[in-house]
Design a protein around this ligand. Structure first.
Ligand code: ZN
Length: 402
């Protein structure tokens, strides 16, 4: 099928292409009849679009290529996205780690790397490392920079969506005023589109699409680690707030007489329930070298002190989550991060406060669960953000092939 030079039919065709690509992405593989059913487009429109997408190298017909029909499968049943259609990259910066993952357009991971690094201390060094790991994952998958359809980058701080700049002067001091998307693309020496977002937002998308949030459209995800951050999914869409600052759950007031927080306020939730506070509370019993990982392992093994600080931290977080739940009415609360998930103590404490402080109607409709993706939630959310950006994919391909 040849390209239509006029705009109106092109935009309809582009919308239809996006719909078909979307349907293939969410189902993994499908027949032409499946696609017609899922998109509401006619069989003949689907046939035309599929021929075009196959010609463009975006879709493969596995029944044709592998003779699956002859083995009893439905002829033409196995349409799927072609690996050569491109790859998506996700980068997750924590305060002390960097993770990079490369995936095909069905979100299947092709290669992955992790590095311990002081992300807060030097933005330049962290971005250098991200570019290096990106080249490594591409090489491992046998792909080049030109195969990237886009990248998502998560940072543990508020991101100004309009400018892409890191917004807060206190959370990530060395990153302030920088534009990580631009600097990263410069380091790669390739004009790859980079979406930068808060790490808790990416983790929220990850859990919502692939983990503990599947099937729910109103989800609050809470990342409990050295900091405490939340992602808010309303009617299936992330709520980022005016300056990208929504979800700073760690900085709601817990104790007006409490410690001064790193944000400058007093008695924030993070000062009583963040990992560094919990480790300090356990120093007398476990010494100064206890790590967050060690704390969780000890709690799982039944250490009374470790479980106690987790239950108390959970009560404090649950107090804030009860208020948030009364206001937003989410159907699911997902607790992730280094301290969420594995040991039940934190969730027990949260449930206690929810039971005490949430309205009965709210309590009856909200489900509290641990995260399922662990430390990979941010990466998977980032990948889904890139892969879900079908307009970009379809436009890029249409531009390059026509
Ligand atoms: Zn604070």
């Amino acid at each position: 099928m040849s390209a239509s030079p006029d705009n109106a039919p092109l935009s309809t065709r582009r919308r239809n292409r996006v719909q078909v690509l979307d349907a293939l992405r969410s189902s993994g593989s499908a027949s032409r009849a499946d696609l017609a059913r899922r998109t509401g487009l006619s069989r003949s429109t689907i046939s035309g679009l599929i021929s075009e997408l196959i010609a463009d190298g975006l879709v493969v017909d596995r029944a044709e290529t592998a003779g699956v029909g002859a083995q009893g499968g439905r002829p033409g049943a196995l349409l799927s996205l072609d690996r050569s259609a491109g790859a998506a990259l996700a980068i997750d910066f924590g305060h002390t780690h960097l993770r990079v993952a490369l995936a095909d357009l069905s979100a299947e991971i092709l290669a992955e790397r992790e590095l311990k690094i002081d992300v807060d201390g030097s933005a330049s060094a962290a971005l250098d490392a991200a570019a290096k790991l990106t080249r490594e994952v591409l090489a491992e998958a046998g792909l080049g920079l030109e195969d990237l359809i886009g990248a998502a980058m998560g940072l543990p701080g508020p991101i100004d969506r309009a400018t892409g700049a890191v917004g807060s002067s206190v959370i990530l001091p060395d990153w302030v005023g920088r534009n990580p998307a631009v600097e990263f693309a410069e380091r790669l020496g390739h004009p790859v589109g980079v979406i930068v977002d808060n790490d808790a937002n990416l983790a929220t998308l990850g859990e919502a699409r692939f983990g503990a949030g599947i099937g729910a459209s109103d989800v609050v995800y809470v990342k409990v680690a050295s900091g405490i951050g939340a992602g808010i999914l309303l009617s299936g869409r992330l709520h980022r707030g005016a300056a990208g600052s929504a979800g700073e759950l760690g900085h709601v007031l817990h104790d007006p007489e409490g410690e001064i927080c790193r944000c400058g306020n007093r008695g924030c939730l993070e000062t009583v329930a963040g990992a560094s506070t919990l480790l300090r509370l356990l120093q007398r019993r476990h010494g100064p070298d206890l790590t967050t990982r060690g704390l969780v392992e000890l709690a799982v093994a039944g250490d009374v002190g470790c479980r106690r600080v987790l239950v108390d931290a959970g009560r404090a977080i649950g107090r804030a989550l009860a208020d948030l739940s009364n206001v937003l009415g989410p159907e699911r609360l997902v607790i992730g991060g280094d301290l969420g998930g594995e040991d039940s103590s934190l969730l027990d404490g949260i449930q206690e406060s929810l039971t005490r402080f949430a309205l009965p109607a709210v309590l009856g409709s909200v489900e509290l669960v641990g995260g399922k993706l662990g430390s990979r939630a941010e990466l998977l959310g980032g990948l889904s953000l890139v892969i879900g950006d079908t307009e970009r994919l379809s436009s890029a391909r249409m531009g390059s092939t026509r």
